[in-house]
Design a binder for this molecule. Structure first.
Ligand code: AMP
Length: 281
């Protein structure tokens, strides 16, 4: 497994990896890898000939008030886990390698980037699309793998790729959960024991909505009210949003008549968690 810290090295290594027409898969991450990340790596291994994983805690997607400085960084164990999975290349650049001090170019998906997490975290998706665009130009993957966990991010990246004609296929992968239902996240390490227990209102609220939908409820307002009621039962959890939307446009829907995204974000203590489920009629 090759580890590249510079853009020039990564470009040269990816050129070699693609030799003979091999299909290259990319899994972009911020490190602190868990089984959710590794499921993306396995999907990439299954669907591509060679696999690159980027590890980069991207400062431009964090607001000044957010957790950039304390974001978990566990490079040694990430490296070991990726080696075990048979990854071909890790691209782990320093911030100074990815961004010039006088850089002024942004890649922005207008409007879509202001919805769901984009509304709660102004500028977040602009940072995501800018860094993912850079990664696509550097690594030049045939396919890139993203988690359904970050459903709004997936929608924004699909739109960027479509609008900008990137020659890359975006593959969305299912959410990997802990045994009790909590979606795996690098941020779960911030939760203390009580918060970890309270965090279950997120998956439980989605489960409530899914159950009602399975029993025939198709009205989005009714379903949303049921989900929000579950979150409200845990007064120490502060709801950020609970939305029922089209998974591509992120616009609210009134009735569940086609594939629909139910997405929740909430603060458990100081930690902002997100989760979602797709409803298919
Ligand atoms: P991050 O390191 O948090 O930026 O995540 C890197 C990639 O892993 C993103 O595409 C995430 O959507 C994905 N991911 C994070 N958590 C999970 C999970 N629990 N299940 C599946 N994919 C995930």
């Amino acid at each position: 497994m090759k580890i590249c810290a510079t853009i020039a090295d990564a470009r040269a290594a990816c050129f070699d990896l693609r030799s003979g027409g091999k299909r290259l898969g990319l899994v972009p991450t911020m490190g602190a890898l868990h089984a959710g990340h590794l499921s993306l790596v396995r999907a990439a291994k299954a669907q591509c000939d060679v696999v690159a994983v980027s590890i980069f805690v991207n400062p431009t997607q964090f607001a000044p008030s957010e957790d950039l400085a304390k974001y978990p960084r566990t490079f040694e164990s990430d490296r070991a886990a990726l080696e075990k999975e048979g990854v071909d290349l890790i691209f782990a650049p320093a911030v100074e390698e990815m961004y010039r001090p006088d850089e002024t170019t942004w890649v922005t998906v207008a409007e879509l980037s202001e919805k769901l997490d984009g509304q709660s975290r102004p500028g977040h998706f602009r940072g995501v699309t800018t860094v993912v665009s850079k990664l696509f130009h550097i690594i030049q993957p045939d396919r890139a793998f993203f988690g359904q966990k970050d459903a709004a991010q997936l929608a924004v990246i699909r739109r960027m790729v479509r609008d900008q004609n990137f020659p890359v296929e975006i593959v969305g992968c299912p959410i990997v959960r802990e045994a009790d239902g909590l979606a795996m996240s690098s941020r779960n390490v911030y939760l203390n024991k009580e918060e970890r227990a309270r965090a279950l209102v997120l998956p439980n609220s989605l489960q409530r909505v899914e159950d009602a939908f399975r029993h025939g409820q198709q009205d989005a307002a009714q379903l949303r009210a049921l989900g929000m009621e579950v979150v409200a039962r845990e007064p120490s959890v502060r709801l950020d949003y609970f939305e029922i939307v089209d998974p591509n446009t992120l616009d609210p829907v009134e009735t569940i008549s086609r594939l629909t995204l139910v997405a929740v974000a909430a603060y458990v203590g100081a930690t902002r968690l997100i989760d979602n489920v797709l409803l298919a009629p």
